[in-house]
Structures are given as structure tokens and as C-alpha cells.
Design a protein around this ligand. Structure first.
Ligand code: AMP
Ligand code: ZN
Length: 112
């Protein structure tokens, strides 16, 4: 499949790994929008939040178990934001489900 994040999971495109287990991979965003900007993805291809269903939602639950572990390892003790852009209006550019972890500074409340 011609998917950038599937290629990152496969090691075909380099990334800066911060966490990996059997079903989840996390790496640093190449164009950070905050001092700490990490992407957490399922290893299996899911196109977006719209593609989450009863068959694959266990990995999404697992991602949300992993996120606090990553936040602690990154020392985001003052808080952080978790964002997933879904579809055109949200500006999703990579069509493999991913959750942004943003932190390391006070974040603006701007919605768009
Ligand atoms: P989104 O706009 O929500 O689809 O987010 C896609 C994110 O992927 C953006 O923040 C990009 O900076 C990031 N990105 C694109 N290519 C790479 C890459 N090769 N390695 C790490 N992050 C990437
Ligand atoms: Zn993919």
C-alpha cells in the first residue's frame, strides 16, 4: 500500500522512534508545531477516525493507554494536547490514523 506511515512502520522511511510495541508505533513529527510533537499510530492501516469500528477499536484503546506513558517519558508534566485530524475540513494530510501529542509549552486555544 502506498501509505507514508505504513512505510514508516515497515522501516522503509526513516523516523525518530519514541515508542513501539506489537500494535502501536510513535515517532517525532518532522515539522513540529510545539517543543514536543509526537505522532502515535496503529501499525495496522486505518485511514482516519472515520475508519474506527468494533473490529479495530481495541488498538485505539491501546493507543490511549500508551499516550500517558509517552507523555510521562517526555516529561510533559504540565499537560499536553491530543489531536486527530479527520478528513478535508480538518486538514488531514496523511491518511493513516494518527494522534498528535503536543506539549512543552502553553498551547493556544485556536481551533483552526
Ligand atoms: P495531519 O495533517 O493531521 O494529517 O498530520 C500529518 C503530520 O505528519 C504532519 O504534522 C506532518 O508534519 C507529519 N509528517 C509528514 N511526513 C512525516 C514524516 N516523514 N515523518 C514524521 N512526520 C511526518
Ligand atoms: Zn498506512
Amino acid at each position: 500500500m502506498n501509505c507514508l506511515f505504513c512505510k514508516i512502520v515497515a522501516g522503509e522511511i526513516p523516523s525518530t522512534k519514541v515508542y513501539e510495541d506489537e500494535t502501536v508505533y510513535a515517532f517525532r513529527d518532522i515539522n513540529p508545531q510545539a517543543p514536543t510533537h509526537i505522532l502515535v499510530i496503529p501499525k495496522a492501516h486505518i485511514p482516519s477516525v472515520d475508519g474506527i469500528n468494533a473490529e479495530n477499536s481495541a488498538v485505539v484503546a491501546h493507543i490511549f493507554e500508551v499516550i500517558p506513558t509517552i507523555a510521562a517519558a517526555e516529561k510533559l508534566t504540565n499537560g499536553y494536547r491530543v489531536v486527530s485530524n479527520c478528513g478535508q475540513d480538518a486538514g488531514q494530510t496523511v491518511h493513516h490514523l494518527h494522534f498528535h501529542i503536543l506539549g512543552g509549552q502553553e498551547l493556544s486555544l485556536q481551533m483552526a
